[in-house]
Design a binder for this molecule. Sequence first.
Ligand SMILES: [Zn+2]
Length: 270
Amino acid sequence: MVKKCPLCGSNEIRFLVKPYRGGSIYVCGSCGNATTYPLPVVSYLEDSFFDLPADEFNTYRTYAGQITDFISEHISKGSLLDIGTGAGFLLEAAQKRGFAATGIDPSGPAVSFCRTRKLKVLQGYFEKYAFKSRKFKIITCCHVLEHVTEPEKFIAKIKKILDRNGYLFLAQTNYQGTIPHLLGRFWEGWVPREHRYHFSPEGIEDLLLRNGMRIKVLDIIPLGYTAVWRKGNGPIIRGNIYNLLNYIISKFKIGFPFVGDQMYVLAEKL
Ligand SMILES: [Zn+2]
């Protein structure tokens, strides 16, 4: 039985939905974030990483380009650390736009794959890595925070290694988007066996504020379903149907009200 929100400690917890892939989602009436029960255990295989089929590389490159364009629109270039960099597409895109980009990832194959393309990458878990006095102007976490065991400690460490005027960029799903409302338990963004937490725009603001960071820009956009679809995670055709649905919702502003199911968050230190 769920008693309190693991993120803010409130006991205003209520059942929200039972994703068809397992588990149950409970939402916190105080901070607005949601949690999966039972909490999935983070067990990344360090000798493996998201197995990207080569024919989807362009989709990921486009996504990484959109993110780095968004960052470039709001802040000037500098040193960048990408946490959970995986195949390093964000590093490539950031380098192209003039950032001095470094990635970190626990996966050996992911790190090797990055290094064969001359990308700078550290191997290890961000939580455990000793950065010593090294600091960064911007730290990016794309669809990472929902997997982390202790998001508060994670953000505290980010804050510590950010420059005084540094920024944190997060790309997260938004479980309060129109598509999750329409699809309920069938929304693929729940990923209940891997995602411990589910953030809302208000919830992410609350989490950041409680940890000494303030949102500078928050953009709510549709999730690119073909980009999140991996082989074995559902047919690409279904991803395309969601993309079409997202396009129609964006075009005609229909929804509860219209909101996308992904957010880009740029936060600065308080
Ligand atoms: Zn809460």
